[in-house]
Design a protein around this ligand. Structure first.
Ligand code: PAF
Length: 281
């Protein structure tokens, strides 16, 4: 059974009890609608710590008014069953008023890796993420926290947040879990119809081809232009970006250095993001 804490006070009491026994605590922050990708984060957390807290909170501050906050899948009962099966110890499930009480007026803004990519299309997104993650780190005081590499820019922003604010949390980036066709697991995949799913499954193939071309020495601009065309030809309605960036800093990618090809593309009402590694040659 996974215990549930709905309040910060209950969460803190449990974490303090563990600390008094000398146990190491891991945090996996989520917005719920848990899939195999999340469960793999829980497994990673359990390898690194004695106790695993999973937060489930659909964070309104990281959604623009035009985005899918109301529609975002919420399935707490199933999530708790999956967490119990995975062996998570505590689910932290605060409501919006617990996290952002009336009059809440503080925001954390991380520069550096938050520039461009997602921010060009979702300007308030990383302030919302950094604010809630900062609060979760203060509430849970985890030794380690696990984030998926699927949200690669988010992972870089969280690492920078910890570095700049000297937060004593080890950040682990866990590999993206994919379906048999390579589609990255995402709670938003639930929005995809059968035909859209087939198109979505092509995204990762285009990225892998682009990364392999860059590793083999192809021209960056030409490779990205080809990837752009292939994504649109595959049936995506709109391409927000496909770019090569340096790992961690997300500065412009430099040949022979480790990097990532990152993409965001829209299919009907669904926006998909993904990224793959460019190995250093
Ligand atoms: O990746 C997510 O699900 C969210 O952005 C996070 C890290 C839980 C913050 O709300």
């Amino acid at each position: 059974m996974t215990a549930v804490a709905e309040t910060i006070a209950a969460l803190r009491a449990q974490v303090q009890a563990w600390r008094s026994e000398g146990l190491r605590v891991a945090l996996v922050p989520t917005m719920g609608a848990l899939h195999d990708g999340h469960i793999s984060l829980v497994r990673t957390a359990l390898e690194r710590a004695d106790r695993c807290v999973v937060s489930i909170f659909v964070n309104p501050r990281q959604f623009a008014p035009t985005e899918d906050l109301d529609k975002y899948p919420r399935q707490l009962v199933q999530d708790l069953t999956r967490l119990a099966e995975a062996g998570a110890h505590l689910a932290f499930t605060p409501d919006v008023g617990e996290v952002y009480p009336e009059g809440f007026a503080t925001s954390i803004s991380v520069g550096g890796p938050s520039a461009g990519l997602e921010t060009a299309f979702r300007p308030a997104f990383f302030d919302g993420v950094a604010t809630v993650v900062g609060k979760l780190f203060i509430q849970v005081t985890p030794d380690v926290a696990v984030f998926g590499e699927k949200d690669y820019q988010q992972l870089c922003v969280v690492r920078k947040l910890c570095l700049d604010l000297n937060l004593p949390v080890e950040i682990i980036g866990a590999p993206t879990i994919r379906d048999a066709e390579g589609l990255a697991m995402s709670s938003r995949n639930a929005y995809l119809g059968a035909d859209e799913l087939k198109i979505a499954q092509k995204l990762n193939k285009v990225l892998r081809k682009a990364a392999a071309a860059l590793e083999a020495g192809s021209d960056e601009q030409a490779t990205m232009a080809a990837a752009r065309q292939e994504i649109l030809d595959a049936g995506f309605d709109e391409l927000d970006y496909v770019e090569a960036r340096a790992s961690l800093t997300l500065a412009p990618w430099q040949r022979d250095r480790e990097g990532r090809v990152l993409v965001a593309a829209r299919l009907g009402k669904t926006r998909l993001i993904d990224n793959v590694e460019i190995a250093a040659s």
